[in-house]
Every structure is written in structure tokens, then in C-alpha cells.
Design a protein around this ligand. Structure first.
Ligand SMILES: Cc1cc2nc3c(=O)[nH]c(=O)nc-3n(C[C@H](O)[C@H](O)[C@H](O)COP(=O)(O)OP(=O)(O)OC[C@H]3O[C@@H](n4cnc5c(N)ncnc54)[C@H](O)[C@@H]3O)c2cc1C
Length: 317
């Protein structure tokens, strides 16, 4: 609940009566108790309320109603989730993700996976997830993509992955594989929205074939609008049935592609990677997973290590 929302709840001065004063007091009490609950502190002032408009929290899963489910690409869905209070915003520090719970394919219970909203943090009343389904094998992805309007999805967060600030880096390179696009897009859009930021951002977006590329119009529009953002599309198995692939790069990302299209290893530059496990292995080395602990970055390896990037010059989502 934001300050604007609180203000909207105030009747105009002419209409103030004892019953409307009571209604206003109740409105504030509800808002303040909500803030106290979310922030985990006693709500002592109206000012507190201006910072307490988060729709979800880190501790418990919140059920959100599916308002839309649109297929936007080959097995890719954009799922719109309505916040319980239509005046709420997400409450996310960029770059961040949230956990979505879904039923396991084998019916043995539920499991949660990280997802990245494509709507910005200040979007009021809803958020959108872009989720790639892995039909026949995926667990949470299939659960999310098969939700109908009116169903609920249980969501927890948001959890910060890496803090994004104006001019924190000179250049940011990104290698995104399939649904690994969404965290990279979040970082790019955040940097491009910061008024004083000058970071140059170069993205290689990898897919199996040209039919799998999604959000292309959105990425192309972003590149057309901002000189400091470039996107290259890379497919490992072009369809090539009726036309040849002229849209960009072909094959798996290798040292030559990194040298040609991403910032060089240098202090102040960083390359962010998000994709399937084989992509991490080949490009930057796998993340380190330990049961019951958040994943760690793990040592740098693969193409980036061979080219001289250090651990500080790489971030694995
Ligand atoms: C920080 C972060 C943010 C993410 N944000 C998004 C997002 O916004 N949208 C999104 O769609 N995904 C996102 N992901 C990936 C997501 O968390 C899941 O890993 C993905 O949806 C698969 O989960 P699952 O439970 O369906 O499949 P799992 O149970 O993890 O895997 C089941 C099987 O599905 C197949 N599979 C799973 N993932 C892949 C893959 N990447 N490529 C090829 N085959 C695969 C494999 O055969 C695997 O054995 C993100 C991941 C991270 C780390």
C-alpha cells in the first residue's frame, strides 16, 4: 500500500462527517497493520506506509490469482498474476527473483523454482512472468504454463541476486540461454532506466533455433531506443528449411563470439550468464550447489576463464 493509495482513501474535506472520519481511521489502521506485518516492525507512523507496498514476502508463499495466460512463443507463456491488493507493487530490489511453487510431474508433492518478473517493480496491481515450458519433462515450468485464468500460483520473495546501481560497471556483457533471458532483461532494463547511468550493455541471446526466440520485438525496440544496448541472436540448430538464418550467430557461444561481441576482461567490466547447466559449464563453470544452502558462484572456468576473465568479472544467475 503506497502513500498515493492512502491519499486516495481520504474523502474530500467538504464530505468529512463522523462516519467518514471513522472510515478514514479504519483505512489507516488497515494500512498500518499491513505495513507492520510486511516490514516485520511496529507500524508507528504514516511515513512507514510509504515503504510498505510489497505484494509478497520472503517468509511465506502468497497465493496470487492468474489474470491472464498468453502463449508468446514456442512453449513460452506470459503469465499475469494479480496482487491481492490492486494498489500493491512487487517490492523487488533489482536484480532479483522470486520462488514459485508447483506440483511435481510425478505427483509426489510440490517443489519451488526461481523466476524473474518481466514487469518492473513499480507496476501496480500485477506482475508478469515469462516462463518457458519443457513439455513432458519440466516440473514447475509445466505447472505454471498450464495454469488457467482464475487458478492460483504460490509465490515467495523477492530475493536479491546482485545489486544493480548506476555506473557500478563500465560495461556489462550477457549470455542468456532460452528462459535465462529474463534475469538479463531485468538488469538491462534497470540500468537503462537509471537517469545517470552510462553502462554499455551487450547481450547474446541463445536459442535452439529461430522459432524459439521470444520477446524479440521487445529486445529490438530496446536496442533501437538505446545506443548503449545491443542484442545478438545466436541459434545452435537453425531451421533452415525455407530460408537461411541471417538473423545473427550460429552454434554454441565460444571464445570467438565472446571476443567479438562482449566486453573484454578488464576491471569494471562484467559478464552475466543465465541458462541451462551445460551453458554454465561451457562458458563460465557451474554454480556450486550444497543441499539446504543458497547456490554459490563457484570458481570461474570455461571460455571466460580461458580468455582471462576473473571471478569478479563474471556473475552466474
Ligand atoms: C535466477 C533465475 C531466474 C530464472 N528465471 C526464469 C524465468 O523468468 N522464466 C523461466 O522460464 N525460467 C527461469 N529460470 C529457470 C527456472 O527456475 C527453472 O529452472 C525452469 O523453469 C525449469 O524448471 P522445472 O521445474 O520445470 O524443471 P526441472 O525440474 O528443473 O527439470 C526437469 C527437466 O526439464 C528439462 N529442463 C529444465 N530446465 C531446462 C533448461 N533450461 N533447458 C533445457 N531443458 C531444461 C531437463 O530435461 C530437466 O531434466 C530462472 C532460473 C534462475 C536461476
Amino acid at each position: 500500500m503506497s502513500y498515493r493509495t492512502l491519499a486516495r482513501g481520504f474523502p474530500s474535506r467538504e464530505r468529512l462527517s463522523s462516519s467518514s472520519i471513522k472510515a478514514v481511521m479504519a483505512h489507516f489502521a488497515r494500512a498500518l497493520s499491513r505495513c507492520g506485518k510486511i516490514a516485520g516492525v511496529a507500524a508507528t507512523s504514516v511515513a512507514t506506509a510509504t515503504f510498505c507496498d510489497a505484494a509478497i514476502n520472503k517468509k511465506d508463499f502468497t497465493p496470487l490469482v492468474v489474470a491472464r495466460n498468453d502463449k508468446i512463443g514456442a512453449n513460452v507463456h506470459k503469465v499475469t498474476l494479480a496482487f491481492p491488493d490492486p494498489s500493491d507493487t512487487l517490492g523487488m530490489t533489482c536484480a532479483g527473483m522470486l520462488m514459485v511453487e508447483g506440483e511435481k510431474r510425478d505427483g509426489s508433492g510440490t517443489i519451488a523454482r526461481p523466476y524473474t518478473p518481466v514487469t518492473r517493480d513499480d507496476t501496480v496491481g500485477r506482475m508478469e512472468l515469462v516462463v518457458k515450458d519443457y513439455p513432458g519433462v519440466g516440473n514447475v515450468s509445466s505447472h505454471v504454463c498450464s495454469r488457467k485464468v482464475g487458478d492460483t500460483l504460490r509465490v515467495k520473495g523477492c530475493f536479491t541476486k546482485i545489486k544493480v546501481e548506476a555506473n557500478k560497471w563500465k560495461r556489462v556483457g550477457m549470455v542468456a540461454g532460452g528462459s535465462g533471458l529474463t534475469p538479463c532483461l531485468q538488469v538491462a532494463e534497470e540500468l537503462l532506466s537509471l537517469p545517470d547511468d552510462k553502462t554499455k550493455i551487450d547481450l547474446i541471446f541463445c536459442n535452439k533455433n529461430e522459432g524459439d526466440i521470444f520477446l524479440k520485438d521487445h529486445l529490438d525496440a530496446l536496442a533501437a531506443k538505446h545506443d548503449r544496448f545491443t542484442v545478438k541472436y545466436c541459434v545452435d540448430k537453425p531451421l533452415g528449411m525455407f530460408w537461411s538464418w541471417t538473423g545473427g550467430l550460429t552454434g554454441y557461444v565460444d571464445a570467438d563470439m565472446v571476443k567479438a561481441h562482449l566486453p573484454p576482461p578488464s576491471e569494471g567490466n562484467i559478464v552475466m550468464v543465465c541458462g541451462p547447466p551445460p551453458m554454465y559449464k561451457a562458458i563460465c563453470g557451474p554454480k556450486k550447489f550444497e543441499k539446504g544452502k543458497p547456490p554459490k558462484q563457484g570458481p570461474i572456468d570455461g571460455v571466460l576463464k580461458a580468455l582471462g576473465y576473473t571471478e569478479a568479472m563474471c556473475f552466474k544467475f
